[in-house]
Design a protein around this ligand. Structure first.
Ligand code: NAD
Length: 366
């Protein structure tokens, strides 16, 4: 019964258990909300220790997608899928095609994409069985790697934070980037174009740090020391839950603005602690929506990178609204971001209509 209680609490519309022992598929698809549109969210492949662990992850992640799409102003709901398997040894064509058949069975209520452990090639196998997949390569009419667009969105969010905090630009502002992977590296290059001040960075991958130092003049610090760097902006671009009891007291920045998902270990407490230290926190699901905006453009017709970038620039305004609401209401920016998303969902729900089918029919891949 606790599962039903959990579903009721979180408000999921549909959860599909997918099992095919012949191809080794054990997966769960969770559709949290389709009020604003089809539930879009990537599929994660991970060797979860138990079914419960996988279920908890997919329920939490799919709800997160609902909030991200709503706050970004997109006509998308929230969904996510997990495949319980090891991406290093369990991938096969049959497994991904079987997963695609399950996605197809939902008739467009859920649209899948890449997530941890899944790459463009895997999505293209899924595409054999269903058109409800995004993030495929440009050769297949897709939008390709979302990371540059995500980084561009983070840059817009940093600009909003700089305006709010210092009534200025990013020029001369020092930034510490945690994680110099796909998004972090692009972010470093965009910050250089903005004439930002010193850029510090760290990664556990030596090739990434060498490239960042050589190409973008990033001053490398150890992964353990990144929290102690005296800088204007701290940009988490690696892992979740990195704003926690150990790290928040160490921060010397004035702004936290980065791409990583679920940055706050405890959403309520750590958002309050950041605010208490006078640190302006840019809520993760608002500032990192560039990747979602990118795949949304793929769905809405022939993909156009310039249009995706233009839409991504609205992250500036979305964050400004969150910052203003937080101040007006005396709440944290994290709570304000939730409220913006929830208000939009409630307003559209009250309309009682579902016109989002028109958007899907414009998808060329029938
Ligand atoms: P990525 O895997 O390309 O890069 C992450 C980098 O972090 C890697 O280089 C890795 O070595 C490094 N790293 C891992 N642990 C670390 C540690 N302890 N200290 C320092 N560095 C560490 O991933 P990405 O696509 O750049 O995404 C970065 C973050 O942004 C992730 O949390 C992801 O969920 C989130 N995000 C990405 C996108 C996107 O479009 N790629 C969109 C939204 C959110």
């Amino acid at each position: 019964m606790s599962l039903f209680h959990e579903l009721e609490e979180m408000g999921h519309e549909r959860v599909l258990i997918c099992s095919n022992p012949e191809v080794g598929l054990k997966a769960i698809i969770a559709v949290h909300s389709t009020v604003l549109g089809p539930g879009l969210g990537g599929v994660r492949m991970w060797p979860y220790a138990s079914f419960d662990e996988a279920l908890r992850d997919v329920l939490r992640l799919s709800r997160g997608m609902t909030y991200k799409a709503a706050a970004a102003g997109l006509n998308l709901g929230g969904g996510k899928a997990v495949i319980i398997a090891d991406p290093k040894k369990d991938k096969s064509e049959a497994l991904f095609r079987c997963f695609g058949q399950y996605v197809q069975s939902l008739g467009g209520l859920y649209i899948t994409a890449e997530d941890v452990g899944i790459d463009v090639q895997d999505c293209e196998v899924v595409l054999t069985e269903t058109r409800w997949v995004t993030g495929v390569s440009e050769a297949h009419g897709g939008s390709g790697d979302p990371s540059p667009v995500t980084a561009y969105g983070v840059l817009q969010g940093m600009k909003a934070a700089a305006k709010r905090k210092w009534n200025g630009s990013l020029e001369g502002r020092s930034v510490a980037i945690q994680g110099l992977g796909s998004v972090g590296m692009w972010l470093a290059s965009y910050l250089r174009e903005e004439n930002a001040g010193k850029i510090f960075g760290c990664d556990i991958d030596g090739d990434a740090t060498a490239e960042a130092a050589a190409e973008h003049g990033v001053e490398i610090v150890s992964p353990d020391d990144i929290y102690d760097v005296d800088c204007d902006i701290f940009a988490p671009c690696a892992l979740g839950a990195i704003l926690n009891d150990d790290t928040v007291p160490r921060l010397k920045c004035s702004v936290v603005a980065g791409a990583a998902n679920n940055q706050l270990d405890n959403e309520e407490r750590h958002a309050k602690e950041l605010a208490g230290k006078g640190i302006l926190y840019a809520p993760d699901f608002v500032i990192n929506a560039g990747g979602l905006i990118n795949v949304y453009n793929e769905l809405a017709g022939s993909y156009n990178r310039d249009r995706a970038l233009l839409m991504t620039r609205t992250i500036y305004l979305k964050l400004m609204r969150v910052f203003e609401l937080a101040e007006q209401e005396g709440i944290t920016t994290a709570v304000a971001a939730d409220r913006v998303a929830e208000e939009r969902i409630q307003e559209i729900k009250a309309l009682g209509t579902r016109q989002w089918g028109t958007m899907i029919h414009r998808n060329g891949r029938n």
